[in-house]
Design a protein around this ligand. Sequence first.
Ligand code: GLN
Length: 493
Amino acid sequence: MTRMDEMASWGIVETASRIAAGEVSAEEVARATLARIEASNERLGAFVDVTAGELLEGARAVDQRRARGEAAGKLAGVPLGIKDALCTRGVTTTCGSKVLRHRGEPWRPPYDATAVARLKGEGALLAGKCNMDEFAMGSSTENSAYFPSKNPVDPSRTPGGSSGGSAVAVAGRMTPGALGSDTGGSVRQPAAYTGCVGVKPTHGRVSRFGLVAYASSLDVVGPMASDVRGAARLLDVIAGHDPRDSTSLEAPVPSHEEACGRGVRGLRVGVPEEYFAAGLAPEVAASVREAIGALEAQGAEVRPVQLPHTRHAVATYYVLATAEASSNLSRFDGVRFGLRVEPPGADLASMYGATRNEGFGPEVRRRILLGTYVLSHGYYEAYYLKAQQVRTLIRRDFLEVFSSVDLVATPTAPTAAFRLGEQIDDPLTMYLNDIYTLPASLAGLPALSVPVRPAPAAGATPALPVGLQLIGPALGEPVLFAAAAAVEAAGLR
Ligand code: GLN
């Protein structure tokens, strides 16, 4: 193994501790990261902007602080990818859209998202902005205004979405970790498809300040990493109350990293039969059941549970998420941010129309239309209000289940990664990829995806990654990390 390959195999915790111990300099790590990106980004499409100068400069500053004997942060010198949906001061922030780009220039916000600022505060370094489906709407990154990202395991397949670029940065060993955002599965599903760890925290656990809004009652910033401990360390750093996000929770932040060592003896794991029904690929089911068996072998108690309203989750989500999106995206009007299209002689209304027509891609337009429709007079009660009521039923299902189990284990997605191009013309099929991730989003609960045994695929294709989803009660992230670490320790992949 070359020195560079060796560095690329380190997770977040290992990278940070080797830099802290002086075994490697932050600059060496940064150079290796840039070399990896250079070698594979064009082929895999992880990053829409690589911040090479900032990364090297930041790395040198970390090395200098270390040489002076100053205290280093928990992530000092660790390069990270950040989803293009999160504001990064002075750096490209386009949410995968043309609407945040004007005359060739991307929008560059004057501030960092809180999650990004907290990572930087612990010494983490920005490697670049990661590709995504436009406005986080999609499950394959094919809705990106830039290019689709490709799965490092098999580049003819999608890495999932919408945080696909973040997943590729991690699974393609360009950076040991990344941030994504998850509204209905956008961290968990790409983590499952590429074989990394992805965490959707409890809604409100991580500040949304500086996250470009899609559906605010569902949006959560979440870590992705090559291993469970790395994801835990990222969450430890980004979690906690932020006065700039009024929905952020005031609860104290426990050590998720420490929770990774707790073990699962006596943990009660519920397996909902609704998640193992028709539509689940048998090879995915087999890998997931084997992982649940591994938890049992380590002392967990596994029992069947029911989540009967699961079957309404897709319909409910696509009413509520589009309704919120239609309102949130009204701010992109050609006045305050990015693109402005002004046909000669245009009045204000036609400038708005021209800007939005040209700036938004087809999926975003579809969702704005759907969302506007379900909120409109005469349909509001039938669609939006009804969906809110069903959301309550879905939440109650979970409350009921968590009175008798500590966590719930399911597949993250019904299949392994599909081929690029295979579903893009069929929105309903695409939406069904989210069937297992949407319920936890609607209920606001924490959930993570951890890799289990890859599923054999037909033909010459290598085995494809599979994710086990663990869902917990509100603020139950520590239990999820304990169980995920146990699955990882079983060495199934
Ligand atoms: N795939 C889902 C959607 O298109 C979820 C996306 C997300 O979590 N941002 O809305």
